[in-house]
Design a protein around this ligand. Structure first.
Ligand SMILES: Cc1cc2nc3c(=O)[nH]c(=O)nc-3n(C[C@H](O)[C@H](O)[C@H](O)COP(=O)(O)OP(=O)(O)OC[C@H]3O[C@@H](n4cnc5c(N)ncnc54)[C@H](O)[C@@H]3O)c2cc1C
Length: 233
């Protein structure tokens, strides 16, 4: 489905990551974790797939983009309230809606976007499932949604726990140092690794690394769901 929406506002998440909110046309629905093809510029000529980062119950549509200096980044950054944008979708089947057992999410950087959508959705449903998020970023100055994840953990989702993994740390956040690997997964996940369902989201290289680490832990590929953010290395 192709639909025209209007830009509402920009929400800075870190110095390099922003969310962009758009009007939600009547009757437009999506499932937490899905993405949309966002067309910018003349007749929507500049296109990228972007995951919804907000909950499906909210009355706006939100995507979250890492600023890279690309033409696309510059264009989305230059939107004014009321500007028209073309969206095609929703697309994709990256979801935790049908999972009844324990869930482990492995997110790399901006790969948090669809996971955040699912967590907002879960909070609005008073979800009591055990959900563990292991969230990797390069440093603690650039962790999108860090405060919100803490709040979800403390206030809204009794079964939710987040572990941060940082390449380098300035000591501002409690975090494991390094990269997400089988050792971190084994120590941070209290659920049975053979029974849990894993959701991996991030750049293709990160997704491949995570699949390799889960294979080392004996996790069956049938228990792994992935969203590859093609376009990032
Ligand atoms: C299902 C899905 C969901 C995504 N969700 C998000 C999101 O929520 N937030 C986010 O920041 N990014 C997301 N991405 C990645 C996003 O679509 C862009 O590719 C990425 O943001 C890089 O774009 P850029 O404007 O920064 O750089 P650009 O310079 O536009 O792109 C960088 C390089 O990647 C190539 N490229 C760009 N897009 C694609 C593509 N879709 N497939 C193959 N090659 C491509 C370009 O040709 C270029 O060589 C998602 C990608 C997919 C496939």
């Amino acid at each position: 489905m192709e639909t025209t929406v209007r830009f509402i506002e920009r929400m800075p998440r870190t110095s390099q990551v922003n969310s962009y909110r758009f009007t939600r046309p009547p009757g437009f629905s999506f499932q937490a974790g899905q993405y949309v093809i966002v067309g910018l510029g003349h007749e929507g000529m500049l296109v990228h797939p972007l995951s919804f980062s907000n909950g499906p119950q909210q009355d706006f549509l939100e995507v979250t983009k890492r600023m890279t200096g690309s033409a696309y980044s510059q264009y989305i950054e230059g939107l004014y309230p009321g500007d028209e944008v073309i969206m095609k979708g929703p697309n994709g089947d990256f979801s935790m809606a049908d999972i009844s057992n324990d869930i482990v999410c492995l997110a790399g950087g901006i790969g948090i976007a669809p996971i955040r959508s699912m967590l907002v959705d879960s909070a609005s449903r008073h979800d009591r499932r055990r959900i563990t998020l292991i969230y990797g970023n390069s440093d603690d100055d650039d962790v999108p949604f860090a405060e919100e994840l803490e709040e979800l953990q403390k206030m809204h989702l009794p079964g939710f726990r987040v572990t941060h993994v940082l390449g380098r740390s300035l000591g501002k956040m409690q975090a494991c140092q390094g990269r997400i690997d089988s050792k971190v997964i084994r120590s941070e996940v209290t659920a049975d690794l053979q029974e849990a369902t894993f959701l991996i989201s991030g750049p293709p290289v990160m997704v491949r690394e995570m699949e390799e680490q889960l294979a080392l832990l004996g996790v069956s590929s049938s228990r792994i769901r992935v969203e590859r953010f093609l376009g990032y290395t």
